[in-house]
Design a protein around this ligand. Structure first.
Ligand SMILES: [Zn+2]
Ligand SMILES: [Zn+2]
Length: 417
């Protein structure tokens, strides 16, 4: 019997097997697209009604990543579609009916111009994500014409991504030339320093650091400028944040700066990120209480115990602060069971009352502004209702695109009345 069954299987051609598997994939993908569409609608509702703030999550995408157990890239795609859902009713319908995938609609929501819903909904019926991306790049970008009489708008903007921070800088031509020259001279200096240290005529050893790059040159420029600046400040003060704290009245102010709120005072004085001057009746009585500062060994122990921000669903690893669960102002000690690492965002949020952190560490409890406990796991659980009843996903045709015949989306001319 078993040999007959075996020969039956053997007779099935690989081509046919693939066909069966593809059929099943199509059905599942159709259902998945429909489910993704509902997920997007749910996220859109949270986005529209501003329900993120109370959860302690730093953004709608961070909340999605946390609650769905997905990557931040995937969560960004969901959040992007959710944010522009009213603008793309046809693309949304395509997803709801299982015909378009999350990634197809995602790239459209991230890049497409206003009023392009119909254009891209039609294109997405047959185009892959890559082809949609190419089509989106062909879309003319409206460039606001700078008024000829106005100064060019100089600016530095900053966007924080998961792993890094991006700066975009707009300078006048002469400023840019100064900047370029300074950067080039710093890079030259770094490279000749590197050669003095590592270029011994032989092959550089594997331990030698890599050749200095433009970012190295930029940081060198910044550090040099920073040091030179110190001498020009009153009292030769260092560029660290200095806080004056009246120990009797618990009033704090920034050095030569404004008074701080109680939340700011506790935030700034919690970790050893700034210099605190203790004063009584305006007289300095000491700079820093040594027990407040976290030594390197304690810091390493904290990192070993929990290497990321302790707030569930955050996962940040960069620039973590050691937060005192019982504030040192109130007699909290600088010891392992009174400390947790939190990212600057959640640290500030805690001290301003957005979330609460109670110990002792490491079994801490974090609650949102409504007192609900935050848990780190995703909301996923076994399905208890039938999958969406939609047609199988046909997917993009996968044909080579002939861009010669493609007409990019043209934004309608602005209405004048
Ligand atoms: Zn703190
Ligand atoms: Zn955090």
């Amino acid at each position: 019997m078993s040999s007959a069954a075996g020969s039956l299987v053997a007779e099935e051609l690989p081509k046919d097997r693939l066909e069966v598997l593809f059929d099943e994939l199509g059905v599942l993908m159709g259902q998945r697209n429909a489910i993704d569409s509902r997920i997007v609608e749910i996220v859109a509702e949270m986005d529209r009604d501003n329900l993120v703030g109370m959860t302690g999550a730093r953004s709608i995408a961070a909340l999605v990543a946390w609650k769905t157990g997905s990557s931040i890239t995937n969560a960004n795609t969901i959040a992007a579609i959710a944010h522009r859902l009213p603008e793309f009713p046809r693309c949304a319908a395509g997803m709801r009916e299982g015909r378009l995938s999350l990634d197809q609609v995602g790239i459209i929501a991230k890049k497409a111009g206003h009023g392009s819903d119909e254009h891209y909904a039609a294109l997405a019926e047959s185009a892959t994500v890559d082809q949609l991306n190419t089509a989106l790049k062909l879309e003319p970008r409206p460039k606001p014409e700078p008024a000829p009489w106005a100064e060019p708008q100089r600016s530095i903007t900053k966007t924080t991504a998961e792993q890094c921070v991006r700066y975009r800088m707009t300078l006048t031509h002469d400023e840019a030339a100064t900047f370029d020259a300074a950067l080039a001279s710093h890079q030259d200096a770094l490279i000749s320093q590197w050669k003095r240290d590592h270029d011994t005529g032989e092959r550089p050893s594997d331990q030698a650091p890599p050749l200095p790059t433009m970012p190295d040159a930029f940081m060198s420029l910044v550090k040099t400028g920073w040091d030179a600046e110190v001498t020009r400040r009153p009292h030769g003060q260092h560029t660290t944040v200095v806080v004056h704290l009246d120990v009797k009245d618990r009033i704090a102010s920034l050095h030569l700066g404004p008074l701080l709120t109680a939340a700011e005072r506790q935030y700034l004085s919690c970790d050893a990120t700034c210099e605190v001057w203790f004063e009584r009746s305006g007289q300095v009585i000491g700079a820093g209480r040594t027990t407040r500062t976290i030594n390197r060994r304690l810091r390493r122990a904290l990192e070993h115990r929990h290497p990321t921000c302790a707030v569930p669903g955050c996962g940040a690893t960069r620039g973590l602060h050691a937060h005192h669960i019982q504030h040192w102002e109130d007699g909290g000690t600088t010891e392992l069971d009174n400390l947790v690492l939190v990212c600057p965002y959640h640290h500030r949020l805690h001290h301003s009352g957005g979330i609460t952190i109670t110990g002792p560490a490491p079994n801490i409890t974090v609650t949102d502004s409504d007192g609900r406990q935050l848990h780190s796991s995703s909301l996923a659980r076994p399905p208890n209702r039938p999958p969406p009843d939609v047609a199988p996903y046909r997917g993009p045709t996968g044909e080579r695109a002939d861009w010669w015949w493609y007409t990019p989306f043209e934004p309608p001319p602005p209405q004048t009345n």
